[in-house]
Write a protein that binds this ligand. Structure first.
Ligand code: ARG
Length: 226
């Protein structure tokens, strides 16, 4: 007799950190968002069942290395430091770091203005790298973007530095905040896989190319970026 598992699809375990709207966030306790839809679409093309595993952002690459997940999609920027330990697919989104302040406090207009200020960043995010380079800045590290936003609203810090789209999202949902009219250097989001996982890398890259050209990618952009 044929076992049922002969018909079961292969599974791909996908690590994410669902505290980063609109890329990934919880809705009724379930991870949803641009990245989640994107990886579901890639799974369809590659013929895999997608299993989302939600965890702390700084635990994602260790979990990948330890084979607890097969890939990571988390609005994760490809950085020189990260490429030492994992490989990244072709980029799927271009972002930048922006400064969030309380409305009307016009003292902070550029990254230079952060000198001597208390600035909130998130543990392990690229924003931390950007802010830590500024002379005389007082860096406050938070576990998640939401915690930084709350500290800013409570006057505990002067600014938060965060990726552009999540920043817009938090500003829309939290009265009294605004984004300073300045932009940091651009960065590229890509999917991370283990260095030796060349087959998965190739499948993901091909599927990404397909999604970018068949209209699906644009559909997701229109759905999540207002
Ligand atoms: N792009 C930034 C980085 O790579 C922040 C990503 C945070 N993503 C998340 N799902 N919490 O460090």
């Amino acid at each position: 007799t044929l076992s049922l598992s002969a018909f079961a699809k292969k599974k791909l375990y996908v690590g994410t950190n669902a505290e980063f709207p609109p890329f990934e966030y919880l809705e009724n306790g379930k991870p949803v968002g641009f990245d989640i839809d994107l990886v579901e679409e890639l799974g369809k093309i590659m013929d895999y069942d997608i299993k989302i595993v939600d965890m702390a952002f700084d635990g994602l690459l260790p979990a990948l290395q330890m084979k607890k997940v097969d890939l990571v999609i988390a609005g994760m920027t490809e950085t020189p430091e990260r490429t030492k330990t994992v490989s990244f697919t072709q980029p799927y989104y271009t972002a930048s770091q922006v400064i969030i302040t309380r409305k009307g406090e016009n003292g902070i207009k550029s990254f230079d203005d952060l000198k001597g200020k208390k600035v909130g960043v998130m543990l392990g995010f690229t924003g931390d790298i950007v802010v830590s380079k500024i002379d005389g800045v007082k860096v406050e590290r938070y576990n998640a973007a939401y915690a930084g936003i709350m500290a800013l609203k409570a006057n505990k810090i002067d600014a938060v530095v965060l990726d552009s789209e999540p920043a817009k999202n938090f500003v829309l949902q939290n009265e009294g905040l605004e984004i300073a009219q300045t932009e940091g250097a651009q960065e590229e989001y890509a999917i991370a896989v283990r260095k030796n996982d060349t087959q998965l890398m190739e499948q993901l890259d091909n599927a990404l190319t397909e999604i970018k050209s068949n209209g699906k990618y644009q559909e997701l952009i229109n759905k999540y970026f207002k």
